[in-house]
Design a protein around this ligand. Structure first.
Ligand code: GAL
Length: 662
């Protein structure tokens, strides 16, 4: 199924014509056609231009933009324009500006200055979304709706009185009675027993650590409050334009929003990705993010924003070297995207993003950047048949926002060094290097589609999630500090691993966080040595066998890694999980999609008539490898078989026979 009615892969970017005199627009449209652009994102931050005074709309300029784009065959990803409330609204209702945890109300002058709980803000967004839908719903250029922009980017939470009232309503729905809340929040601790919901506030700055159960509910609430904003606009768009798909752009793997919940509310998932060219691990980390985007709805997704070269918001904004923009784009496609779009089309002359790269740089068509744009546009046309194809994974990594929020509560953990993303990446990186397709999955889902499931950490584990893991018959690996608390952040009776105890065949006697800089030796049965840092546990085996034990310090001789039938447990933060992983992959019979040398990433998309093998050389030297099956490289049109070479930052997209295998 296609994301939108636009055929082939989507290519284009954020287009901000209101930054430019109208004379420039014609050149924009002409150059877009030259580059093969087929989609432009329009009106993301245009509220103050579209509704300059309350209820008074100025759609004329946007009418002309849509007409121009349409005349040039360019479809529109039309934003509802609600990402930044206009000055008149903010001055009339200063209470809709967000308030931080210290009680400071933030000023106008940037973007996304709104309280997610403000009924005035919400009503105004819904009015504008309706006006946009009524005006443009039947416009032939309209291909999709883009609600707001990057929810939770600048405004994830607001601590104002309106938010407090909203939080109380949310808590009342969740707990029904204040007694239920007292029980869930463990308010007997530190004298916090409430007798009325009215006594509860957001977790504003307090003299000491805040109740972690309150913080956990606050995180849930903040994600839900923003989702309500999205849903309110979506309802209007659905009513007026039931056939136009709706999305909002995510921001890669981030803790702010529960993307499983959010994705369920979207017609398709779209994401903004800004890997840092200065970070040598960025290509691996962004691949994890892309796999999440594909997994959220288990269908193709859209890369709605990326930078052609440098961004403008890091301390040092390193540009993308030649070839990197193309390779990054192919990487998103390799991981299931049906389009690559950019921020932004024409590089700005003013504002905070004037040094952010664009498809059409300040220097115009003379620049290296423009040549890259032309090349990519041409190549995407050659890859059009990828649209709608998908990926099949044998391996799933579990990711659960409740558990993430619980784990990273700021002040009440045995250690602040056990970060979820770092644990996730410790498993993902070697899988990625091996060329194994990985899905992300929520812990409570039916996992029977997979042969190997890895829970890098499941700090918060419900009985239902434990049931799903028990029902799963493939190989399972559970990471440290799992099964610790219930949904209210209360330690499971008897301690960790709570409902996973029988499954893992062990219990945790004591958590053993390692001091900064401390390295704990680990030894596998065959003598292989490993190391753990940051975290270890003193385990008590209750049926599990030892796979590796600690070699030194107070834990010497104690089990570090165990196995209980098909279930492995890693009770420490291993620096290198490869021995555990390769053993599990062998047991599970999981094969890479290709045999790749270091620095080459391999991914497979599968269509009804063919399979597409992506081989991406992220290295700076030529890589050699042997193909398992012959095929045609869609990028060059060449037939390839046997031994091949891939140049530095180059790629092959091989159409091969459909084998029905991964
Ligand atoms: C995104 C945002 C865009 C633009 C871009 C720059 O976060 O959605 O509007 O600011 O970053 O990298």
């Amino acid at each position: 199924m296609r994301l939108t009615r636009v055929p082939g892969l989507l290519f284009g970017g954020d287009y901000n014509p209101e930054h430019w005199p109208e004379e420039v627009w014609a050149e924009d449209a002409k150059l877009m056609v030259e580059a093969g652009v087929n989609m432009a994102t329009v009106a993301v931050f245009s509220w103050s231009r579209l509704e300059p005074r309350p209820g008074e709309y100025d759609f004329g300029w946007l009418d002309r933009v849509l007409e121009l784009l349409h005349e040039h065959g360019i479809a529109v990803d039309l934003a509802t324009a609600t990402a930044t409330p206009p000055p008149w609204l903010v001055r009339e209702h200063p209470e809709l500006l967000p308030v931080d945890a210290n009680g400071t109300r933030l000023e106008f002058g940037s973007r996304q200055g709104y309280c997610p709980s403000s009924p005035i803000f919400r009503a105004a967004t819904v009015r504008l979304a309706r006006a946009m839908a009524e005006r443009y719903g039947a416009h032939p250029a309209l291909a999709m709706w883009h609600i707001s922009n990057e929810y939770a980017d600048h405004t994830l939470e607001c601590f104002c009185d309106e938010s407090a009232r909203h939080f109380r309503r949310w808590l009342t729905d969740r707990y029904a009675s204040v007694a239920g809340l007292n029980d869930a929040w463990g308010t007997s601790c530190w004298g916090q027993h409430y007798t009325d919901f009215e006594q509860i506030n957001p977790p504003r700055k307090a003299p000491g650590p805040i109740n972690p159960a309150q913080l956990l509910d606050w995180r849930r609430f903040c994600s839900d409050a923003l989702l309500e904003c999205f849903e309110a606009e979506k309802a209007v768009l659905r009513e007026v334009t039931p056939d136009v798909p709706v999305t909002t752009n995510f921001m890669s793997v981030l803790p702010g929003l529960d993307y499983w919940k959010w994705a369920a509310a979207e017609d398709f998932v779209s994401d903004d990705a800004y890997p840092d060219p200065a970070d040598p691990t960025s290509q691996v980390n962004i691949a994890l993010s892309y796999d999440l985007m594909r997994s959220l709805k288990r269908r193709p997704w859209l890369l709605l924003e990326q930078a052609p070269s440098a961004v403008s918001w890091r301390e040092v904004n390193v540009p993308k070297p030649p070839g990197r923009m193309r390779l990054d784009s192919l990487q998103a496609l390799a991981h299931g995207a049906d389009g690559v779009m950019f921020f932004q089309w024409r590089q700005a002359r003013y504002g905070p993003e004037k040094f952010h790269s664009a498809l059409l740089p300040h220097g115009g068509v003379r620049t290296r950047g423009w040549q890259d744009t032309l090349r990519l546009g041409g190549e995407l046309e050659k890859l059009a048949e990828l649209a709608g194809t998908h990926s099949r994974a044998d391996v799933a990594l579990l990711l659960d926002w409740d558990s993430w929020w619980g784990l990273e509560a700021p002040e009440s953990m045995p250690s602040k060094r056990l970060e979820l993303l770092r644990l996730m990446r410790s498993w993902y990186a070697p899988l990625h290097a091996l060329g194994i397709t990985v899905d992300l999955a929520p812990a409570g889902r039916d996992l029977s589609a997979y042969r190997l499931v890895i829970a890098p950490n499941l700090y918060l584990c419900t009985d239902e999630q434990a049931d799903r893991l028990r029902e799963f018959t493939g190989e399972l690996i559970v990471g440290p500090f799992s099964g610790v608390v219930d949904p209210a952040d209360r330690v499971h009776p008897g301690g960790a691993p709570g409902p996973l105890r029988e499954l893992l065949g062990l219990s945790v006697d004591e958590f053993w966080p390692l001091a900064d800089g401390a390295v704990q030796g680990v030894r596998y049965a065959d003598g292989t040595a490993g190391t753990a840092t940051r975290w270890a546990e003193w385990l008590r085996l209750e049926g599990a066998e030892t796979i590796a034990d600690y070699t030194d310090g107070d834990l010497a001789g104690q089990p570090a890694i165990t196995r209980h039938g098909r279930v492995g447990y890693v009770g420490c933060a291993l620096e290198d999980v490869t021995p555990v992983l390769t053993d599990a992959l062998t047991r599970a019979g999981v094969r890479p999609v290709a045999d790749v040398p270091p620095a080459v990433e391999a991914c497979l998309r599968v269509g009804p008539d063919a399979a597409y093998l992506f081989l991406l050389n992220h290295g700076t030297t030529t890589a050699a490898l042997t193909l398992r099956a012959p095929g045609t490289d869609l990028l060059t049109g060449r037939d390839l078989a046997g031994s091949i070479e891939i140049g530095p930052r180059d790629a092959v997209v091989l159409r091969t026979a459909h084998e029905g295998e991964k």
